[in-house]
Design a protein around this ligand. Structure first.
Ligand code: SF4
Length: 751
């Protein structure tokens, strides 16, 4: 019903030959990451040695995955491409919009009513354009992908930062913005900075309380939240082969917390077993045929320092369970040191809520390990002293663990089963707390623990650990409890020492599910009508942007000269605005409201040149738009850094800004602007930034002969009648100039 074996066969059929060519060209053995990246090069790219950490390279991914919050704008844009169907297999997963409150059934019913317009839209668009649709309650994107679509040697992009979870099945899987997803679905290549490679050699074998989660908690402590930026982590060594496929998924998933582009493991027996157990024996057989191509070369793993940019070694036999936090996932504490850290730092020791599950730790194995603790507790008259919740990763996992009798143990311990969705992990949590002003502690088996992430409360100290450690601490009701050494006292006043967790990697009777929640796309999409109310405040169909008028730009009003840092957050703020991410007109009311106006040092206060009054940036821009006047935004260094948010490029385009002229751009944002048909220019002489005055009307000349590497002229017409002519650089290539002329990349695809 779901995975596309023909597509995978096609990928595999060309791989051995491609990899051999790369080996010859580079004249050396290859890591697994290189094998996958090179075999997914876009056809326009040359087979050459790309410089790690600096060369930008175009790829052709095999799949696209989208979660419901980010899918809205990705699909609204895709609809503009004029394609009858997506170019690569794609899926949408409804997991981010379900509020955890009263328990799975009730919460799901409430979400279905509250988010009806979003779900109806996503379901109908998916059906129309050949996209697999996973309904609310079906599961969390990354767990569903691992169970159904991930495949060794594949390449996938997903509109969620924990897309790397699929590295647990040997796939290069990378989190991206909606605009990138739209491009790949529309048949365009996808660009990535060729990553540096970190090799993580695992020896020994996990035992006792230590689990796969502790591997990544330890790695996060070593590399910190920035250590993985522009890098891919490749795990290998004899220890790697002892970790289950879902355990590998946990490690890759949480690699997002160290900023890694992605993480990956080589194909092995554990992956084959998982594929067979999840109904993909046929795929396992295909992978077995080319298994040498789905692993790093032997010479690489024998001599990693020669082929990786950095090597880390971890002995799993000696690995201690960890607890990381609070407020950052890289503050790593071995459990033996954690109680003291709590005391030394004055963090609240009382544990108010313990939460297990999420896409990071919600496999059959995770739940069975936590349930073994819960069972032991029930048999020894122990109950949870903290609130305790369980979030299964998918309906398939939930159904199977219920069938196999695990859920009853959580129930007897006092746990609440939440919907198969993100819930508290993304802050969709109606936390039941008497005093939010009180400093308090929670612990989760999720991946992120930044301030306010789970419950929006800055007083909450959130810690991260494995499902079994979280369960043990829930029984103790205290963060100073160490289950490896300490005892608990039960209802009868007896001392009890918890037994070590017992995990079962895969269900002996196989996985089972009654209602998977999957909706197949329509056989004939052209007959499907997209559902969306014209007066909706959350969703708005996009109209194509106008093409370039064919002349130079004259008399552009200066909207704002932004001073200092101007990230995509300053350009398009998140928080309460996120509910409008499917409605470009509404969300455009946050355009640049975080940017500082050079002329008065204030945010969201710029001069309207039409009446000389100061007003909010979106209002002034709407006034220019109503008067059919173009405008220009001037910015400082690294304009548009931060997350790749397509709204930061779409909003100015939508409201009529024509040009962004800055000292320098963050590259992804620069590309996003180009895709939307904007002019993204940089000062040839950075000091010219100082020449821009508040009442300037600005011309851009040279557009009729717009060419790669040829500067454009910018004329600053000052209020006093004087003028400055300055030069602007640009980085448009031939293709990107075509985007500009067509009014945006999607217009070009459609035409
Ligand atoms: S469970 Fe958490 S980390 Fe996973 S996809 Fe949902 S919000 Fe993201």
């Amino acid at each position: 019903m779901t995975f596309d074996i023909d597509m995978i066969r096609k990928v595999y059929s060309g791989m051995p030959e491609k990899i051999e060519k790369v080996r010859k060209t580079l004249g050396r053995p290859l890591t697994l990451t290189e094998k996958i990246l090179y075999s997914h090069l876009d056809k326009t790219m040359q087979l050459t040695s790309y410089k790690r950490g600096s060369d930008y390279v175009d790829f052709q991914p095999d799949r696209v995955a989208m979660q419901d919050a980010t899918a809205q704008m990705a699909l609204l844009q895709f609809m503009q491409a004029g394609r009858p169907k997506v170019a690569v297999p794609s899926t949408v997963h409804c997991d981010h919009l379900i509020l955890a409150d009263a328990g799975a059934k009730k919460d799901l019913e409430t979400a279905v009513v509250k988010n009806k317009e979003v779900y109806d839209f996503l379901s109908s668009v998916s059906s129309k354009y050949g996209i697999g649709f996973w309904k609310p309650g079906a599961g969390i994107i990354h767990q569903v992908i691992l169970e159904n679509y991930a495949f060794p040697g594949g390449m996938m992009i997903g509109t969620d930062s924990h897309t790397p979870n699929a590295g647990g099945l040997g796939m290069v899987a990378i989190g991206v913005g909606g605009a990138d997803a739209c491009d790949v679905m529309a048949g365009l290549p996808w660009e990535l900075k060729f990553p540096q490679l970190i090799g993580v050699k695992l020896t020994g074998k996990l035992n006792g309380w230590a689990s796969a989660k502790d591997v990544i908690l330890k790695v996060a402590g070593i590399l910190t939240v920035k250590g993985g930026t522009d890098r891919i982590l490749e795990y290998f060594g004899p220890g790697a082969e002892t970790i289950s496929a879902t355990g590998k998924g946990t490690i890759c998933n949480m690699g997002a917390e160290i900023g890694a582009t992605t993480s990956i493991f080589s194909y092995d027996g554990k992956m084959g077993e998982y594929l067979a157990s999840t109904g993909r024996k046929e795929l396992a057989a295909e992978a077995d045929k080319i298994k040498e191509q789905l692993r790093g070369d032997k010479e690489v793993y024998e001599n990693p320092a020669k082929y990786f940019d950095q090597v880390i070694e971890i002995n799993l036999s000696e690995l201690e369970p960890h607890v990381n936090g609070p407020y950052t996932p890289d503050l790593a504490w071995p459990i033996s040191k954690f109680a003291q850290a709590i005391k030394d730092n004055g963090w609240p020791a009382e544990l108010e809520v313990a939460l297990i599950g999420s896409c990071t730790n919600s496999s059959y194995e995770d739940i069975s390990r936590a349930a073994s603790i819960a069972k032991f507790a029930a048999e020894h008259n122990l109950k949870a002293k903290s609130e305790y919740t369980i979030t299964p990763g998918s309906e398939q996992v939930r159904f199977t663990v219920e069938r196999d009798g695990y859920l009853q143990w959580f129930d007897r311990m006092g746990g609440v089963i939440l919907a198969n969705a993100c819930g508290p992990c993304i802050g969709q949590w109606a936390r039941h707390t008497k005093d939010p002003a009180k400093k308090n502690s929670v612990i989760t088996s999720f991946n992120r623990n930044f301030a306010k992430r789970n419950d929006g409360n800055p007083n909450t100290h959130a810690f991260v650990a494995s499902s079994e450690i979280v369960t043990a601490l829930a029984l103790a009701g205290s963060l100073t409890f160490n289950p490896l050494t300490d005892e608990l006292v039960n209802d009868k006043g007896e001392k009890v020492k918890l037994a070590e967790p017992i995990g079962i990697e895969l269900p002996s009777k196989g996985f089972e599910v009654k209602e998977s929640g999957y909706q197949e796309p329509a056989a004939n999409g052209s007959e499907v009508k997209v559902i969306g109310a014209p007066d909706s405040q959350r969703l708005q169909l996009l109209a194509p942007f106008a093409p370039w008028e064919g002349t130079d730009l004259k008399g552009l009003k200066l909207l704002i000269k932004a001073k200092g840092k101007c990230t995509t957050d300053h350009i398009s703020m998140a928080g309460p605005w996120l509910k409008f991410r499917g409605h470009l007109d509404n969300i455009s009311n946050n355009m640049l409201i975080g940017a500082i106006n050079f002329f008065n040092g204030k945010t969201d206060s710029v001069k309207n040149q039409l009446d000389g009054k100061y007003d909010s940036v979106p209002k002034v821009q709407r006034a220019y738009k109503a008067a059919h006047l173009g405008s220009i935004v001037v910015g400082d260094e690294n304009y548009g850094e931060g997350s790749s948010r397509e709204h930061a490029a779409m909003e100015p385009r939508f409201l009529g800004v024509r040009v962004i002229l800055v000292k320098s751009f963050a590259r992804i944002h620069e590309t996003n602007l180009k895709k939307q048909g904007m002019l993204a220019l940089t000062f040839a002489n950075k000091a010219d930034y100082d020449k821009v005055q508040e009442d300037d009307a600005i011309d851009v000349a040279g557009l009729t002969s717009f060419k790669p590497s040829v500067q454009l002229a910018v004329i600053l017409n000052h209020k006093d009648g004087s003028r400055d002519e300055i030069k602007a650089n640009h980085s448009y290539n031939e293709q990107q100039i075509k985007w500009f002329k067509a009014g945006g990349a999607l217009n070009l695809i459609r035409s």
